[in-house]
Design a protein around this ligand. Sequence first.
Ligand code: THU
Length: 157
Amino acid sequence: MKKEKYSFEFDRFENKNELEAEQKKVVDQALEISHQAYAPYSNFKVGAAVQLENGEIFSSSNQENASYPVGACAERGLLAYVNANFPNIKIEKLAVSTPNVNYPLPPCGMCRQYILEIEKKQAQPIELILSGNEGEVLVVNSAKDLLPLHFTDEFLG
Ligand code: THU
């Protein structure tokens, strides 16, 4: 038996003003749309925004449902739309934010897996920019980093 350790590098910024202008723009859009989230059950509003390789930015928010499991996270709703409409344009950045807390919001496990699928499909990692209403911002290089021992189509044979 051999013990193994998992670690990854990411960038921690004191606040979003330390980001590059392009990164800050995507973060601002994620936070802006989060205010329109449909989250009457959890009252936890989440916004997500992507920047495509052609510079275009799209954003969306979480959409809940009285039948709770039917609700969808901001990230997955957005990525489904973007992948459906621009299947051949790569996604470079994905920002996730919320007005509810003042620390970086990490994507849920299901969203990590969803982002990973798009990374695999476009053969390019997506930079994840995680933030809250204010305070620290984390920049992670790829969904892969947040999913040790990840499952992909390669296992399907
Ligand atoms: N939520 C997201 O939209 N993205 C995440 O990555 C974390 C959770 C939403 C789902 C639900 O509407 C609310 O936040 C509370 O879990």
